[in-house]
Write a protein that binds this ligand. Structure first.
Ligand code: NAD
Ligand code: TYD
Length: 354
C-alpha cells in the first residue's frame, strides 16, 4: 500500500480517486482537514476497504510513525501543504509550520521507518514530494521555460516555504540516502478545486452574478495543467523516476490571466447563458494587484517526457471545458465548500468588492 498525505485537498483527492480507479493497491490517506481539505471529495470511497482515511497532521511525529509501522507502505506521496499564495501574504505562519516544519517531521518519521525495513523493501521504497514551479521565481517575457536546473528564487512566503521543503527533501537523500523523488508542477485546474483559486473562483462568481476580480493588468502568465494529467505524471515518476531526481510537470499551456477569464466567460455563455443575454465578461473587474506578484511561470516538461515518456492528455481547450462542465454538474459541492470560513476569507482578501 501507499501513504498519501493531503489526500482530501484538490490535487490529493484527485490523485487518490484516480489511483484506486487504476489499480487495487490500498491507500492510507493522512489529512489534517484544514479549510482546504474536504472529505466530500472522497465520498465515493466511503465504503471502499482500499481507502483508509486518518485525520491528522504531517507534523505529528508520533502519529506518522504509528501509521508507518502499522500499514507498512512501500511509498509515501506528500501533497500536504498550505497552498494559496494570497493566504501566505496575509498570514505566513501556517505555511512555515506545515510546509517546512511539517515536511521535516514527516521526513524524520519516514527516515526512521525506512531504516528499519528489510533490504529488499528498503531498496524498493520511495518518498515522493509534490512541489511547485513557483520555487523558481518569475520569468521575463522572452525567458526560456523553467528547467530542473534553474536556480531557486522564490518570491512569496508560499513559494519560499515550498522551496525550503524541497531543500530538506534533497538533503535527506544526499545525507541519509532516503530514496526521494520531487515533482515541481505548474498551476493545476480541474474538479474539486477550492474556489479561492483563479479558475474555480471565476466560475463560481460568474454564476453568482458577482465581479470577476483580475489582479493588476491581468497579463500575468501561468502554465495550466489539468489535474488528472498531474496525477498521471506523479504515478509515472513514482513508478520509474530516478531516485534523488526532480521532475518538472507542466501542460505546455501558457495563458495570460485575462485570456483564461475570457475563455471561462465564453464557455459559460455557451453552456449556461446569463438570463439577461449579456456575456459573463461584463462582470470582469480590475482590482489591486497582489504584492510581489510573479509575472510569468512556464514549465519545460521535456525531462519527464524524454526520460519517462509522460505527456499530458488534455489541451487547455479540452481541460477547461471539462472543468466548467464539472462545476455546472456539482453545484452542491460548491455550495458546501463556500460556507462560513470561505466567506470570511473573501472579506479579508477582496473587502467590499464581492
Ligand atoms: P490544497 O490546499 O487544495 O490541499 C492541501 C491539503 O493538505 C488539504 O486537504 C489540507 O487539509 C491538507 N493539509 C494541510 N496542512 C496539513 C498538515 N499539516 N497535515 C496534513 N494535511 C494537511 O492544495 P493542492 O492544490 O491540492 O496542492 C497539493 C500539493 O501540490 C501542495 O503541496 C502544493 O504546494 C502542490 N502544488 C499545487 C499546485 C496547484 O496548482 N494547486 C501546483 C503545484 C504544486
Ligand atoms: P492562483 O489561482 O491564486 O494561483 P497562483 O498564484 O499560485 O499562480 O492565481 C492564478 C493567477 O491568477 C495569479 O497570477 C493571480 C491571479 N488571480 C487573479 O487575477 N484574480 C483572483 O481573484 C485570483 C484568485 C488570482
Amino acid at each position: 500500500m501507499i501513504l498519501v498525505t493531503g489526500g482530501a485537498g484538490f490535487i490529493g483527492s484527485n490523485f487518490v480517486l484516480d489511483w484506486l480507479a487504476e489499480n487495487d493497491e490500498p491507500v492510507v490517506n493522512l489529512d489534517k482537514l484544514t479549510y482546504a481539505g474536504n472529505r466530500e471529495n472522497l465520498a465515493s470511497l466511503a465504503a471502499d476497504p482500499r481507502h483508509v482515511f486518518i485525520q491528522g497532521d504531517i507534523g505529528d511525529a508520533d502519529l506518522v510513525a504509528r501509521l508507518l509501522a502499522e500499514h507498512r507502505p512501500r511509498a509515501v506521496v506528500n501533497f500536504a501543504a498550505e497552498s494559496h499564495v494570497d493566504r501566505s501574504i496575509h498570514g505566513p505562519e501556517d505555511f512555515i509550520q506545515t510546509n517546512i516544519v511539517g515536511t521535516f517531521r514527516l521526513l524524520e518519521a519516514v527516515r526512521a521507518y525506512w531504516n528499519g525495513l528489510p533490504e529488499a523493501e528498503k531498496t524498493a521504497f520511495r518518498c515522493l514530494h509534490v512541489s511547485t514551479d513557483e520555487v523558481y521565481g518569475s520569468l521575463g517575457k522572452d525567458d526560456p521555460a523553467f528547467r530542473e536546473t534553474n536556480r531557486y528564487e522564490p518570491n512569496s512566503p508560499y513559494s519560499a516555504s515550498k522551496a525550503a521543503s524541497d531543500h530538506l527533501v534533497r538533503a535527506y537523500h544526499h545525507t541519509y540516502g532516503l530514496p526521494v523523488l520531487t515533482t515541481n508542477c505548474s498551476n493545476n485546474y480541474g474538479p474539486y478545486h477550492f474556489p479561492e483559486k483563479l479558475i474555480p473562483l471565476v466560475i463560481h462568481n460568474a454564476l453568482q452574478g458577482k465581479p470577476l476580480p483580475i489582479y493588476g493588468d491581468g497579463q500575468q502568465i501561468r502554465d495550466w495543467l489539468y489535474v488528472k494529467d498531474h496525477c498521471s505524471a506523479i504515478r509515472r515518476v513514482l513508478e520509474a523516476g530516478r531516485v534523488g531526481e526532480t521532475y518538472n510537470v507542466g501542460g505546455w499551456n501558457e495563458k495570460a490571466n485575462l485570456d483564461v477569464v475570457q475563455t471561462l466567460c465564453a464557455i459559460l455563455d455557451e453552456l449556461k447563458p446569463r438570463a439577461d443575454g449579456q456575456s459573463y465578461a461584463a462582470q470582469i473587474t480590475y482590482v489591486k494587484d497582489r504584492p510581489g506578484h510573479d509575472r510569468r511561470y512556464a514549465i519545460d516538461a521535456g525531462k519527464l517526457e524524454r526520460e519517462l515518456g509522460w505527456k499530458p492528455a488534455e489541451t487547455f481547450e479540452t481541460g477547461i471545458r471539462k472543468t466548467v462542465q464539472w462545476y455546472l454538474d456539482h453545484p452542491g459541492w460548491v455550495e458546501n465548500v463556500t460556507s462560513g470560513a470561505y466567506r470570511q476569507w473573501l472579506e479579508t482578501q477582496y473587502g467590499g468588492k464581492q
